[in-house]
Ligand binder design. Structure first.
Ligand SMILES: Cc1ncc(C[n+]2csc(CCOP(=O)(O)OP(=O)(O)O)c2C)c(N)n1
Ligand SMILES: [Mg+2]
Length: 321
């Protein structure tokens, strides 16, 4: 798929923004200015950005804990996200949660991350079927991890989505680890996309460190779903470059494995490609980086000066009777 220079620079901007946000977020936490724990996004930039970029605004997406790029592309501002991470009243969940769990915004068609992995699958299947019943040409997209892919509900959803030809795109982010458990200790068949054959739907394996490849694979799956041709399972391979969350030094990950993936870093790789293709020169890419840094610093300042939630609002949004 040939892309315009403007689109390629836009994809680069979103990945760079995700990277800068992640690096600054980790620094803030290490300085003791964070709230609770936080999940590094390093390595996942191309997946979140490439997948979100393939969706129309009216499509519904259910990101998970390493899809910061998706939240940003969908229109959650760095300010609102940082304020959420710091548990402030100006955050997406108005202080109800202090990490990427509490980031749903139905005005942007984002379903908040459901902590019980991978329960976004049955929810998005329901959303997709609602589109079908209402005769709306909209698509639902959900992410889940390699570790999450073993849960029984995944197989139920794959079967029902296939049977009903639901307009659903399921993206497995295979980052080689589920917490401290490497892929080979999770399953004998490590080709997750291959599981799709058992349900009679397409299974697509894609390089999750190549933003244009992710964008192309998700675009094709979204188009199929929108045309009424049913669901797709996409496996996007990458590496979780840091620990599971900030407390985890990931000493159990072999250093040579990390070095091999570092050489395929999604942001730097795209930067090299843009330079090689003459889309931009280094000064222009640096300028994009500076823009991202300014945006993220502004978001941090906004978040840190935002008020805590008013205790009187504690029951707002509680629906149990
Ligand atoms: C049902 C359930 N069990 C356990 C957890 C705790 N938990 C959170 S993330 C995680 C690892 C998930 O691994 P994977 O699906 O590969 O995603 P990754 O963190 O690697 O992106 C676990 C066990 C959870 N959130 N939900
Ligand atoms: Mg994983």
């Amino acid at each position: 798929m040939a892309h315009s220079a403007a689109r390629r620079l836009d994809l680069y901007y979103w990945m760079r923004l995700t990277r800068v946000f992640d690096e600054r977020m980790l620094a803030v936490w290490k300085q003791g200015r964070g709230v609770g724990s936080t999940f590094s996004q390093r390595g996942h930039e191309a997946i979140g950005v490439g997948a979100a970029y393939a969706l129309a605004p009216e499509d519904v997406v259910a990101p998970m804990h390493r899809d910061l790029g998706c939240y940003l592309v969908r229109g959650l501002s760095p300010r609102r996200i940082f304020a959420s991470l710091l548990g402030r009243a100006t955050g997406v969940s108005a202080g109800r949660d202090a990490n990427l769990h509490g980031m749903g915004d139905l005005d942007l068609n984002i379903i908040g991350f459901i902590s019980h992995l991978p329960q976004s699958l049955p929810v998005t299947l329901g959303v997709a079927m609602a589109f079908r019943y209402r005769d709306e040409r909209r698509v639902a997209l959900t992410f889940f991890g390699d570790g999450s892919s073993h849960a029984g509900v995944v197989h139920e959803v794959l079967n029902m989505a296939a049977l009903w030809q639901a307009p659903l795109v399921m993206v497995v982010e295979n980052n080689q680890y589920a917490y401290s458990t490497p892929l080979h200790q999770q399953m004998r068949v490590t080709n997750i996309a291959g599981r799709a054959a058992a349900y009679g739907i397409p299974g697509v394996a894609v390089d999750g460190n190549d933003v244009e490849a992710v964008y192309a694979a998700v675009t094709e799956a979204v188009d199929r779903a929108r045309m009424g041709d049913g669901p797709t399972l996409i496996e996007a391979a990458t590496m979780r470059m840091l620990g599971h969350a900030i407390h985890d030094g990931a000493e159990y990950v072999p250093r040579d494995l990390l070095a091999a993936w570092e050489a395929k870093d999604p942001v730097r790789r795209y930067e090299t490609r843009l330079l090689d293709d003459g889309i931009a020169d280094q000064a222009e890419l640096d300028e994009i980086g500076r823009r991202c840094e300014i945006e993220v610093e502004d978001a941090i300042a906004f978040a840190e000066t935002s008020p805590w939630p008013d205790p009187a609002t504690v029951t707002h949004g509680v629906y149990a009777g």
